[in-house]
Each structure stands twice: as C-alpha cells, then as structure tokens.
Design a protein around this ligand. Sequence first.
Ligand SMILES: Nc1ncnc2c1ncn2[C@@H]1O[C@H](COP(=O)(O)OP(=O)(O)OP(=O)(O)O)[C@@H](O)[C@H]1O
Ligand SMILES: [Mg+2]
Length: 267
Amino acid sequence: MTQVESKYKKLHAQIDRNNPVITLRDIHKAFGALQVLKGVDLDVYKGENLVVLGRSGTGKSVLIKIIAGLLKPDRGQVSVLGQEIDKLDTRELQALRAKIGFSFQSSALYDGMSVRANLEFPLVRNKRHLGRKEIDDAVAQVLDDVGLSQAIDQTPSQLSGGQKKRIGIARTLILQPEIMLYDEPTAGLDPLTSVEINDLINEVQQRYNTSSVIITHDLTCARATGDRIVMLSEGCFLRQGTFDEVFESDDPRIRNFYNTILLINHE
Ligand SMILES: Nc1ncnc2c1ncn2[C@@H]1O[C@H](COP(=O)(O)OP(=O)(O)OP(=O)(O)O)[C@@H](O)[C@H]1O
Ligand SMILES: [Mg+2]
C-alpha cells in the first residue's frame, strides 16, 4: 500500500459509549430479488468515527442513505439522535436532516454556481432568519476550516477533485451538523490528497464535535479515521473492532478483502 505520512496526528477521541446517536436494529433492504441488507444492527456513539468497510456493491451507500432517511428499510428500526425515523412527519424529518451532514460519493456541487453560492444554499434554505453578515461569516468560517478560503469566487469546474471534496464537506459543515456521513470520501483521489481528506475528517470530528459514519473501501482511510471499524459482507456485518482487531481475523472473507485491496493499491 502506498504510505504517505499524515501531517496530522489523530488525537484521542472523546467518545461517549453510553450515548448512541445512531441505532440500527435488524435492518433489511432488498431491490426486487436482490437482498442487499439482511439484518444489520449498529450503534454509533457520540463523538465516534465509525468506518464501514466493504467491497463495491455490498450495500454501503444503501446503508448510509437509510441512516439519512433518504431510503426506507423494508424491515427494522432506525433511530437517529434519539428519534425513530419512521415515526417522523416530513417537517420533523427535514429538521433532523439539517443535523446530519451528508458528504456524497460524488461531491454533488452545483456546477453553475460559485463556491460562495454553493455554500450559501443550505443556509438560505434551512436558516431563513440569518442576515447577510451572518451568512458571509459562516461561509468564510467553513472555507477557512477546510483550508480553501481562496476558492470563494471560483466555480466547481475550476477545482481539483480533492478541492471539490473539501467544498462538499464545507457545504455540510455550514449547518453545524451533529452527525457527518461520508460516502467514499477518498474515492478517485491520489494518495497525498486522500491523506489530506483523512486529516480533514479527523479535524472535523474534533473541531465540530461530530459523530461520523465513514463509508470506504480505502484501507488507509479506514485506519486513519476510524475509531472503530465494521466490515459489511453479503448483507451482514462480519466483524467489528479497531482496524487491527478486524484484520487480525483468519476469516477468509476478511483476508481476501485485505489482500485484494492491497493488490489494487499496488497497481
Ligand atoms: N435505488 C436502487 N434501485 C435498485 N437497486 C439499487 C438501488 N440502490 C442500490 N441498489 C443496488 O444495491 C446494491 C448495493 O448498492 P450500494 O450503492 O449500496 O453499493 P456500495 O457498497 O455503496 O458500492 P460502491 O462501493 O460501488 O459504491 C447494488 O447491487 C446496487 O445495484
Ligand atoms: Mg457506494
């Protein structure tokens, strides 16, 4: 695996294990005959970075969309910040979603709008009472937090892949979320830029005091950002623990995953 030194040391996270902010119980989801999730249980604790590892097509994005209330499970219970999602009406669900930052697999920025306008968009939609100065200050603050103050008047098409990811993350941070969901935050990025994004994820955890779910098949990202790792395979979680605990396993599915990823990263 390509090793690039992180400039950032992951500090010991303040995790409250008595306080789960996301709880999934017996989650099932199928698309037609395709059973994607077959009874998934998960607790994510306050302050924790939880990594979900798994091969392409195992249902990682489906899982994160269920947590965000964007997809409904066929069976099972989802609680986020103490609220059961299927008991919420549209208004309550919208209020809950404002507390969840979703960093999409593609950055999902509006290409025709400047970075400033992209960042203002969620604020104007969700916090209508804010005045011009408060909006300007919030935009300046999140851009500073992701290290891209100079990009304010550029459009997404003028940014690199890593910069787009940062702006995508800034756009979710602007609402000061309690939970961050990152779908493949390092996909398509070179190793150095990936390390910078991993650092940013850890900085966000500390500065914004968020709890995060990080979906990835990047082992460096998993090791750098995860306080705990769960491994999704064939619709169920195979194993969970720290990075080393997960990969000490002799389970051939875990060995296979590890070796395949190492091979891909060597190519
Ligand atoms: N809306 C949908 N309708 C039909 N099938 C879907 C839908 N969303 C996901 N699927 C299927 O569910 C399976 C899991 O998809 P998902 O996007 O969660 O995979 P993933 O683990 O995120 O993969 P990747 O690492 O490639 O992003 C795939 O087979 C996919 O085709
Ligand atoms: Mg996906």
